[in-house]
Design a protein around this ligand. Structure first.
Ligand code: GCV
Length: 731
């Protein structure tokens, strides 16, 4: 068939598809398969007929060659997306013959793109331009990268515009990521369990690898590429040395092969003592020549199998893990050992700053800073120091870590948690966008006003070319990937902020809701509002006013502010809240642990002064009398009870909002979220009641009038115990 014939046939099928879609809409046709969340935000379900007609005028043909695996992935995604959204995929051609073509490629790979003479030099490897231009006399949409990966990222962006029903007329978009390494950290164990995972087992089927690479790996890579994630640490930071044995490295290589077309590099968590455990050496001393040789040879072996291997993530001398201090060496000695063997291959070391010692009497919140700040300038060029967002451990709210801004000579990498270890596991609806945004926009004042955490980690504050951000993944074998549909939003927002840490959490939530559920504004608006308020609700019903670490021992499920069952004081909630008959909160001012002075002077002055400290972190920095007058004029005791109560009321409102949205989306996902919200309300109430019962007993104060008393005595809450709690398998 000649070109005209093909075009006529395409027109015919397109018209037919539109007619079928319109009929379907009229008859309220059920989707062909149940919505189970597997498709994530890449659903590509048919747009409304009006949108289809409008968008089809900009998708009359696709000119995109598939000569490389990444360009093939981009083309396949465009065809898949356009087919789903518009009811039919445009014909693929090699010449622009119609108005409304889509042309995707790089200047080097496409003579059409080269004709545009766009300056792609500043796009780097990942950036792209999407522009409405004229080619061969036809108006077309060009998706242009300097590199194939930019074409892939641009293709996802273009599809997102369609999915969210934005105009694709007169496009002039240029995007370049602000952070170089955008990484998901899997805390997946080789036995298939996931530490702090609430979405089933590990998606890595180590047993069947390398022979069988599940199609799910490709879908995982697509999802990551769609939001710009370009690195994956496959295994838990509490690492098993076996991952470095030849049999496992072959499995790692098989995964790397699947991910490569999507621009995703593979990294491994390594166990510091691996030279002893699998290398037969007597020591893992980082300055020992035999140890250095062992790591060099091991690294070379990895690069033979995975030429674009990203590097190592290391948890050392932290929570019982081995490390350089076992040999009286510093963290810098340890990190530099790996840096030196990775450097010839272009790999990096992500060295974690999450350290605190059971032998130190110092405030746990101070220890990472005390340990690492003196080492600024001592790390080799390919080391990133990976710092958790707060000084302790992914609590519902913490101030930003004082390390941000304090180590100008070292590239600091952010570590966020996407999995909700401390935020209600899988079932609580807690959108983490506001948490991430709050941290990234915090001003460290390290170099005067505007020295935000975002600028520290994107490298611009201190002029680092190397920059990175990591999120602890919430992905597992559950059909919906993340244990709930709403948890997918946390994976999504992490990726979008990793690309550009100045984006707004609200705008990202809206994008996600539109792609994941519906573009109907009557649905989008209330759901985005509900998501945006959900993190503060969780803070209120769990740890308001700067409280932290009140959860159950080890498994971290539910409230246990009384618990002293674990051996280490810094694993016990009373260590953190310090409640007594006089007041509550941890004095981290100069009269206490002096953690406040780890911040830049203007911030330290604020945190040292009870009157200037934001009430959101009041009890993090101050031990405050129960009768202290808060800004509202109420006492601290009153405000504490009010916040706990507000948290529960907010969840009730979330349930109410959701109840009104019945019928706006498919029944399956609606019902699941409704059930999870019911669980959340029950557990929020439990948190409130248990914490109020406990603090009331400690304070000896009567409940302020107007608030319902906890329905059970404190002893009831203390008596609850739980077995086989998810995410806790390695304990
Ligand atoms: C992977 C917390 C978690 C641990 C986790 C650790 C870490 O302590 O509870 O499960 O271990 O952080 O980040 O290393």
């Amino acid at each position: 068939m000649n070109r005209d014939g093909r075009a006529a046939l395409w027109l015919f099928f397109r018209t037919l598809a539109v007619a079928v879609l319109m009929l379907g809409a009229l008859l309220h046709m059920a989707p062909a398969h149940a919505e189970d969340g597997y498709e994530l935000w890449l659903r590509y379900h048919a747009l409304p007929a009006g949108e289809i007609q409008r968008d089809q005028n900009h998708a009359s043909q696709l000119i995109a060659n598939d000569a490389t695996p990444t360009r093939a992935a981009a083309r396949a995604e465009l065809l898949r997306g356009l087919n789903g959204l518009l009811g039919a995929a445009p014909p693929v051609s090699d010449a622009v013959t119609r108005d409304g073509a889509i042309v995707a490629g790089t200047p080097a790979s496409s003579s059409l793109i080269a004709q545009l003479h766009l300056d792609t030099s500043k796009l780097g490897k990942d950036g792209y331009v999407i522009r409405s231009v004229t080619l061969n006399g036809h108006p077309v949409t060009a998706i242009v990268g300097n590199d194939d990966l930019g074409v892939l990222y641009g293709s996802f962006h273009f599809l997102r515009l369609l999915q969210t029903e934005q105009s694709i007329d007169h496009l002039d978009i240029t995007e370049v990521p602000r952070i170089e390494l955008r990484v998901l950290d899997h805390w997946d164990n080789l036995n298939g369990s996931v530490e702090r995972g609430y979405a089933g087992a590990s998606i890595w089927d180590w047993w069947k690898l390398p022979d069988w690479t599940s199609p799910r790996y490709t879908d995982y890579a697509r999802a990551n590429a769609s939001i710009g994630i370009n690195g994956v640490v496959l295994n838990n930071v509490n690492a098993d040395a076996l991952i470095l044995t030849p049999a496992y490295l072959k499995k790692v290589a098989a995964l790397a092969d699947v991910f490569r077309p999507y621009g995703i590099r593979v990294y491994l968590s390594v166990r510091f003592s691996a030279p002893i455990e699998i290398g037969g050496l007597k020591t893992a001393d980082p300055l020992d020549p035999a140890v250095k040789t062992w790591w060099r040879e091991k690294t070379d072996e990895i690069y033979k199998l995975v030429p674009d291997f990203g590097g190592f993530l290391v948890k050392a001398n932290s929570e019982g893990q081995p490390g350089p201090q076992d040999y009286k060496r510093t963290h810098a000695d340890g990190a530099n050992l790996f840096a030196d063997v990775l450097a010839p291959h272009g790999g990096v070391v992500m060295w974690r700053a999450f350290v605190y010692s059971q032998n130190s009497a110092d405030d746990r919140a101070k220890q990472a800073y005390s340990e690492f700040k003196p080492l600024d300038g001592r790390f080799h060029a390919n080391v990133l120091l990976q710092v958790k967002n707060g000084p302790i451990d992914f609590q519902p709210r913490e101030p930003f870590s004082p390390l941000f801004g304090a180590m100008p000579k070292t590239p600091l990498m952010m570590e966020f948690q996407i999995t909700k270890e401390y935020l209600g596991f899988a079932t609580h609806l807690v959108y983490l966008g506001p948490l991430y945004e709050e941290v990234l926009s915090s001003d460290t004042m390290a170099k005067g006003k505007g020295s935000t955490v975002a600028k520290v980690i994107d490298g611009t504050l201190d002029g680092h070319a190397l920059s990175g951000i990591a999120g602890v993944a919430n992905v597992g074998t559950d059909r919906d990937w993340c244990g709930s549909d709403f948890n997918q939003a946390n994976w999504y927002v992490f990726g979008r902020l990793a690309w550009n840490p100045t984006l707004s959490a609200r705008a990202i939530a809206e994008e996600w809701v539109r792609m994941t559920f519906s573009n109907d504004i009557a649905f989008v608006k209330p759901v985005v509002d509900m998501m945006m308020g959900s993190r503060e609700a969780a803070v209120d019903y769990m740890t308001p006013l700067g409280l932290a670490h009140l959860m159950g021992p080890g498994h971290h499920y539910g409230p246990a502010p009384w618990d002293k069952s674990l051996a280490r004081a810094d694993w016990q909630p009373p260590y953190y809240h310090r409640a007594d008959h006089l007041g509550v909160g941890f004095d981290r001012t100069r009269t206490g642990s002096d953690a406040a002075d780890q911040y830049a002077p203007p911030i330290a002055a604020q945190f040292n002064d009870v009157k200037q400290t934001p009430e959101t972190v009041l009890l993090w920095f101050h031990h405050v009398p129960w009768e202290y007058r808060m800004r509202s004029g109420n006492t601290l005791w009153y405000e504490l009870v009010a916040h706990y109560t507000q948290g529960v009321d907010d969840v009730k409102k979330m349930r109410e909002t959701w109840r009104h949205l019945d019928g706006h989306i498919d029944a399956d996902r609606y019902r699941k979220a409704a059930t999870f919200l019911a669980i959340q309300e029950r557990e929020a109430q439990w948190w409130r009641d248990a914490c109020i019962a406990y603090f009331q007993q400690v304070s000896g104060l009567p409940l302020p009038p107007g608030f319902a008393p906890p329905p059970h005595p404190l002893s009831y809450y203390e008596s609850l115990s739980f077995h086989y709690v998810p995410g806790h398998s390695s304990w």
